[in-house]
Design a protein around this ligand. Structure first.
Ligand code: UDP
Ligand code: MN
Length: 263
């Protein structure tokens, strides 16, 4: 195993931690050689922490409010950015030299350790505005200097979308034009909506997908799953069999590998 590189995710509450568990298990199932790290906050229950430690090498509690003055100031102006700042805590994991951050609403379909060949800051295009990257999957180098620069930047400029993605796109603003090797292929962050917004492309390339991102709503854990039919109980907001089959995949991991740990 490679001990100085890690996949990192974030779960600020027990609900999102369910996603982190499925993601972590999917990485294990595909035999990653990297460390698995989950960042949590004080809201996460002690029972959930114990379950997380079954799958993750490290369960690290991080503060939503950091002691740095810049964070307090920024939070006073934009309190809803609290969760956003929590994601930036991944830059403080300086015991690792390189990491891949993944949202708790992603799963891997195969081994993706080759992402560690990429450098900071690498990410895939966002399906809504492809000159912006999507911040659900990115390669980065932990650095306290970068962490503090990000917080300063947040304080001065805020985030154009109110979330971490807007801020990261402004901070790493040369991503779109400077170095094509920092553009991860879309198959490393296949947003679930692309399955129907550009169906011909999905039919052509979808079988190569490596990471599925359940961007937006509903999140997999909010869908209803019928274990008898092994299918999602359909809802108007869900469309298309391919979309549903990814949700089924999430639920299969959840039921077979996660639920037994939780009960
Ligand atoms: N997150 C969290 N708690 C929250 C909201 C978000 O831990 O209350 C984390 C979680 O890792 C999540 C990520 O922040 O995957 C980004 O949020 P989300 O995936 O909901 O945003 P989307 O990808 O749908 O824009
Ligand atoms: Mn997400």
């Amino acid at each position: 195993p490679v001990t100085d590189q890690a996949f990192v995710t974030l779960g600020t509450n027990d609900i999102y931690c369910q996603g982190a568990l499925v993601l972590g298990k999917s990485l294990r199932n595909h035999k990653t050689t990297r460390q698995l790290v989950v960042m949590i906050t004080s809201q996460v229950s002690s029972r959930m922490r114990a379950v997380l430690s079954n799958i993750f090498d490290e369960v690290i509690e991080v503060d939503i409010l950091d002691s740095a003055d810049s964070v307090h100031l920024a939070l006073m102006k934009r309190p809803e950015l609290g969760i956003t700042f929590t994601k930036f805590q991944c830059w403080t994991l300086t015991r690792y030299t390189k990491c891949v951050y993944m949202d708790a609403d992603t799963i891997v379909l195969c081994n993706i350790d080759e992402l560690f060949d990429r450098d900071e800051f690498s990410a895939a295009p966002d399906s809504g505005w492809p000159d912006c990257f999507n911040s659900g999957v990115f390669v980065f180098r932990p650095s306290l200097e970068t962490f503090h620069k990000l917080l300063q930047f947040a304080e001065i400029h805020g985030s154009f979308d109110g979330g971490d993605q807007g801020l990261l796109n402004s901070f790493f603003s040369n991503w779109a034009t400077t170095d094509i090797s920092k553009h991860l292929p879309f198959i490393y962050n296949l947003s679930i909506s692309s399955v129907y917004t550009y169906k011909p492309a999905f039919l052509q390339f979808g079988s190569e997908a490596k990471v599925v991102h359940f961007l937006g709503t509903p999140k997999p854990w909010n869908c209803k799953y019928n274990p008898q039919t092994r299918w999602i109980v359909e809802d108007e907001s869900l469309s298309g069999n391919e979309h549903l089959s990814y949700l089924v995949l999430w639920w299969e991991i959840y039921i077979s590998d996660i639920l037994p740990l939780l009960t």
